[in-house]
Design a protein around this ligand. Structure first.
Ligand SMILES: [Zn+2]
Length: 500
């Protein structure tokens, strides 16, 4: 694990290159975190270190000591400890036991079909929400879906959604979802067993467990926990949810879909139980022609809001408290596949997809059967519930860290009114009522050829700052620091004019 090389050029007094933190205590904590992850890897034959060596294993140029990393505070650590693999197992087994949860299956049978699953999820969320003192509300969001390629007739679909209202900035929203519909080999087969344990009872189990542990807590911004339907038929539930948030004027600042997060075992039998993939697009799906033109001129294809979100996830969730490595994948989704983050991306919301490290296609989208002595089908026996719990911790760390931090600085711009060899940045403070109020700001930067931010400069409580390094040679960003020390995601500045 090599330390990133030092950048050339002057360093401000408050600047920390990667791996050289201020204060011995903090540095010791970080070093401890890094070595704990390393120790965990070394202690397991099939851990991250082993996985990195096999063909197709991770080789993403990871910089192990990221300058922007945020170790979990006491409150987050307590929250992560509450996540319970046994409850997750119960959820996966209960959902699988409804036989099929196909979107076109029975809606009024209390024991079999998607209706039974919907009612059970609703009952669990409502029970957990009771602990919130009225701050968490639960609704069944239901509508008639018009016929489409995989919807032969008008069909009632329903999302089950729990919303934990933020105390300081309720219109700022962070969403996590799993889809509770399932499928057999034939995507139109609503009769055969389709236990859908990995795809995607595992994601629903993550969502339900987060509802349970978050219900008693008081984040500054709003968290939305959704079990959606119609994914296998065309991402209908997620599209309905994204559209309703857009219509309500919610400022959706992050959306994560957990889809196929149930197993750490690949089809060749190898295990990688401490890695989760995070698929995050570069060029935004909803990019306008003007934005595309700007990107062609000055770059930024690796700095979309979704990419900043992916970096943020690694900053807050890749540590010994989750026990996980987040392997970011720089594409929207896997080949030939899509997911519930896409309807959010289409509406301009930052979004990304969590998926297990290596899928076993014998255990998804398959009729339950034995062929040549091999068991096919998406059965609970192929799930790893401790693994799902760790994925839930990654989600919890990301969502909680977003919801207690200030928003990324609005209006971030890089001043380009004249030709200079320095970098002048400006940004805005959040409007009143959109807390927490930042107490200071940090400028981050990296070489244009690198993926992770390598330097952080504390610039105090200001909305403009000039760095004595050329904007032509580096990428810059700015992030806000809240009263509790929580950092926002990075805002990537666009060329602009100074405030008058
Ligand atoms: Zn799925």
């Amino acid at each position: 694990m090599a330390q990133p090389p030092q950048q050339p050029g002057p360093s401000g007094p408050a600047e920390r290159p990667a791996g050289q933190r201020q204060g011995t205590g903090r540095r010791a904590v970080l070093a401890g975190a890094a070595s704990a992850v390393a120790a965990g890897a070394a202690g397991l034959a099939a851990g991250p270190a082993a996985a990195a060596g096999r063909p197709g294993g991770p080789d993403d140029g990871r910089e192990s000591r990221r300058a922007t990393a945020q170790p979990p505070d006491r409150e987050l650590r307590a929250l992560l400890r509450e996540i319970d693999p046994r409850r997750i197992e119960r959820t996966v087994r209960t959902l699988a036991a409804f036989g099929t949860r196909h979107t076109l299956s029975a809606q009024d049978d209390p024991e079999r079909g998607i209706g039974a699953a919907r009612d059970w999820i609703h009952e669990r969320m409502a029970a957990y929400a009771e602990a919130s003192g009225g701050r968490m509300t639960v609704e069944v969001q239901s509508w008639i879906q018009e016929p489409g390629e995989r919807i032969p007739r008008p069909t009632r679909l329903a999302n089950v959604v729990a919303t934990l209202r933020g105390t300081e900035d309720p219109e700022r929203v962070h969403v996590v979802s799993g889809h509770y519909d399932s499928r057999a080999s034939d995507v139109m087969d609503a009769e055969s067993d389709a236990p859908g344990a990995d795809d995607d009872a595992s994601g629903v189990a993550v969502v339900l467990e987060l509802v349970r542990v978050m219900a008693r807590r008081r984040p500054a911004a709003t968290l939305v926990f959704a079990a959606v339907a119609g994914e296998e038929q065309g991402l209908y539930g997620a599209a309905h949810l994204a559209e309703s948030l857009r219509r309500d004027g919610a400022r959706v600042r992050a959306m994560f879909t957990d889809d196929i997060v149930g197993s750490s075992t690949a089809d060749d039998g190898s295990r990688d139980p401490y890695t989760v993939r995070l698929f995050a697009e570069g060029v935004p799906t909803a990019e306008t022609a003007e934005e595309a033109e700007l990107r062609r001129k000055v770059g930024g294809e690796n700095d979309s809001p979704s990419r900043q979100l992916a970096r943020f996830v690694r900053d807050v969730a890749e540590n010994e408290a989750t026990g996980m490595r987040v392997r970011t994948v720089h594409r929207r989704d896997r080949y030939l596949r899509g997911g519930d983050h896409i309807p959010f991306l289409e509406r301009g919301f930052p979004a990304a997809r969590f998926t297990e490290p290596a899928e076993d296609f014998a255990h998804q989208h398959q009729d339950v059967r034995v062929e040549d002595g091999k068991q096919y089908g998406d059965l609970p026996e192929f799930c790893d519930f401790d693994y799902i719990a760790r994925v839930a911790r990654v989600n919890a760390a990301a969502l909680w860290s977003l919801a207690v931090a200030p928003e990324a600085p609005p209006g971030a711009r890089i001043l380009t009114g004249s030709l200079t060899n320095d970098t002048a940045l400006e940004w805005e403070r959040p409007p009143a009522g959109q807390g927490p109020r930042p107490v200071r700001y940090e400028i981050v930067r990296r070489e244009t050829s690198r993926n992770e931010w390598t330097h952080v400069r504390d610039v105090g409580d200001t909305t403009r700052y000039t760095v004595g390094l050329s904007k032509d040679n580096l990428f810059f960003g700015v992030r806000a620091v809240g009263p509790g020390g929580h950092r926002s995601p990075v805002a990537f500045p666009v060329p602009g004019e100074p405030a008058t």
